[in-house]
Design a protein around this ligand. Structure first.
Ligand SMILES: C[S@@+](CC[C@H](N)C(=O)[O-])C[C@H]1O[C@@H](n2cnc3c(N)ncnc32)[C@H](O)[C@@H]1O
Length: 171
């Protein structure tokens, strides 16, 4: 049976979108860094970040067991040794070593996003689909050019391109 929870709706960044993401943030991705994908789904983004950037470690965190299992299968076939998929609630994570956090939070409940913001360490580049607004972040986000994603609607993949928002947590 499909595992449902608040925020379990599925969509993913395309390979084209991933390349655009890396190009957009090339100054961050070209340095050694620790990358987190919060809600890593079937794992493609994490594996591609490991292959295409200078990441020292990549963590993909996914609560949905079936998607997590798919990401583990993909990882076994990928020629990378610095990706770690974890089947866990993102709220139970320690993000204190993160340099870059990617959070496709369009369907994630606002209270979860707010709790995640509180875990983001200072100096971290935080990229999200939907802004987390509070007195600290208000008016401080910037927008990327559109980045391609796809999601399932009526059992068909729907492609769309949307700006991602980003902010560096202030020191
Ligand atoms: C829109 S998908 C993004 C997939 C991938 N990050 C990408 O951008 O290609 C969001 C994922 O977050 C997962 N998710 C939602 N809430 C979560 C939570 N509290 N902990 C871990 N994963 C969660 C969902 O199951 C879903 O697979």
């Amino acid at each position: 049976m499909e595992q449902l929870f608040h925020g379990s709706r599925y969509g993913e960044i395309t390979n084209k979108g991933t390349k655009k993401l890396i190009q957009t943030f090339k100054t961050y991705f070209s340095k050694p860094h620790i990358f987190y994908d919060l809600g890593s789904g079937k794992g493609d983004l994490s594996i591609n970040i490991a292959k295409l950037t200078n990441a020292s470690k990549v963590y993909g965190i996914e609560l949905h067991e079936e998607r997590y299992n798919i990401s583990i299968k993909k990882l076994k076939k990928a020629d990378v040794d610095n990706v770690f998929f974890i089947n866990k609630n993102i709220l139970d994570l320690d993000l204190s070593n993160a340099d870059i956090v990617y959070f496709s939070n369009e369907a994630i409940p606002k209270n979860v996003s707010h709790k995640i913001w509180d875990k983001i360490p200072k100096g971290c580049l935080f990229i999200c689909g939907r802004r987390i607004k509070n007195s600290e972040t208000r008016k401080k986000y910037k927008w990327t050019e559109p980045i391609e994603k796809k999601c399932i609607s009526n059992e068909k993949w729907i492609y769309f391109s949307k700006s991602q928002k980003y902010i560096i947590k202030e020191e």
